[in-house]
Design a binder for this molecule. Structure first.
Ligand SMILES: [Zn+2]
Length: 273
């Protein structure tokens, strides 16, 4: 065991102990405060997990493609969330994007090659950021409270902090897409509002769904494959656009108006360790 590992081991042990000792106090916090503590902790633990797996891209020319979109979304969405949004590229087998509580948004590198244009990528990221704004993950976690309680009970004996266990569960949940249809549809609508504010055409999300309706189901990213009946989501978005012409009227619904996304081929990646 290296000195670093030893220190980390001790810190994890102390964290678990403190968590046990303060459990009563945390429980007494108003609901909103408690969620905020949990959100930052959960987000940090997911980051630690992804970093430990060597998946987080520290630097790559791919960030040049992502950054303008990420920056615009951050400016548009930040007033609606109390922790800073941060975008990270990650290397995983399937094109995907997922947001965690606490403000981090992870974009799988291959998603940049998978989307057909800038607006489809922006739409996807606006949607993910909206899950964070809606605290959907926390809601999801609360449904799982009983299962967690059993697993946390076992894990505390073994060492890891409660947040660590939550993070492991959370990664599983996000990747298997546990959000309800209702949560997905709401994230679409808020996402389209965010996108409209950035100036990126919010029709991008509609185009993405339409592409997927024509695609082989085996090629669908997890992001969408759980909901093959995307027509309902397309209809809800179109209705949302029609209801607010002052915001959405200026955007062109024709995918031919899309801006190509320029992504360097075979871009090198340096991973965070
Ligand atoms: Zn979603």
């Amino acid at each position: 065991m290296s000195a670093f590992r030893l220190i980390r081991f001790v810190i994890v042990g102390i964290t678990a102990l403190v968590a046990l000792l303060t459990a009563g106090n945390v429980g007494a916090l108003p609901r909103q405060d408690k969620n905020q503590v949990d959100e930052l902790q959960m987000g940090q633990e997911v980051f630690n997990e992804l970093k430990a797996k060597g998946e987080i891209v520290e630097s790559s020319p791919l960030y040049d493609s992502l950054r303008p979109i990420a920056d615009a979304i951050t400016r548009a969405a930040q007033p609606q969330y109390n922790h800073p949004f941060k975008f990270y590229l990650v290397h995983e087998p399937q094109p995907n994007a997922f947001a965690t509580p606490g403000g981090n948004v992870y974009v799988v590198d291959s998603l940049l090659y998978f989307v057909k244009n800038t607006e489809e990528l922006a739409g996807t990221l606006c949607h993910e950021v909206s899950h964070t704004i809606h605290h959907d993950t926390v809601a999801l976690m609360e449904k799982q409270r009983e299962i967690e309680a059993r697993q946390v009970g076992a894990a505390v004996l073994l060492g890891p902090s409660r947040a660590h266990v939550l993070a492991i569960l959370l990664i599983g949940k996000l990747h298997s897409l546990g959000y309800s249809r209702d949560a997905e549809s709401k994230a679409d609508l808020t996402g389209s509002d965010v996108c409209a504010k950035t100036g990126y055409n919010p029709w991008g999300l509609v185009w993405l769904f339409q592409d997927f309706q024509n695609a082989n189901i085996g090629q669908l990213p997890q992001l969408l494959s759980d909901h093959p009946n995307d027509q309902n989501r397309v209809n809800a978005l179109e209705k949302h656009f029609r209801n607010d012409p002052s915001v959405f009227g200026k955007f062109n619904s024709d995918p031919k108006s899309a801006k190509p996304l320029s992504v360097p081929k075979n871009a090198p990646e340096v991973f965070l360790h």
